[in-house]
Write a protein that binds this ligand. Structure first.
Ligand SMILES: [Zn+2]
Length: 123
């Protein structure tokens, strides 16, 4: 999961560092209800309200799945002679990456559903 906001000047995504941030309350605690960030594309500084920050999926989950797949493939090759256990090693990265995807989806929904300031007008 990554956190982004849209630059009001050029509509480019502004990435917000989001280690250990689960929701907008956490983000407001870490950075304040409104914080300044600058756009990588147009270099314009902009004030971002935590409720304008959106969680989206990033590629980390897919990359982890891919990295886990190759050792599993090699392990299956060597375990082939022992029969069913080869299926288990090949199934593992598939299960692991689909549960990581599910996990990410849950986190994104959790972030996007909870607004910090519910009375605030949406832009
Ligand atoms: Zn910009």
């Amino acid at each position: 999961m990554k956190l982004i906001s849209i630059c009001p000047n050029c509509r480019e995504e502004i990435k917000i560092p989001s280690f250990w941030i689960a929701d907008r309350i956490d983000l407001a605690k870490a950075k304040g209800q409104e914080f300044e960030s600058s756009c990588k594309r147009c270099n314009k500084k902009t004030i971002i309200h935590v409720d304008d920050v959106k969680a989206v999926a990033d590629k980390t989950v897919a990359i982890i799945g891919l990295i886990a797949f190759f050792p599993a493939l090699i392990a299956s090759y060597f375990l082939w002679q022992y029969g069913f256990i080869a299926y288990a090693t090949i199934a593992f990265p598939v299960i692991a990456s689909s549960s990581a995807r599910h996990n990410q989806r849950t986190k994104i929904n959790q972030f996007n559903l909870l607004h910090y300031d519910s009375k605030r007008n949406k832009r």
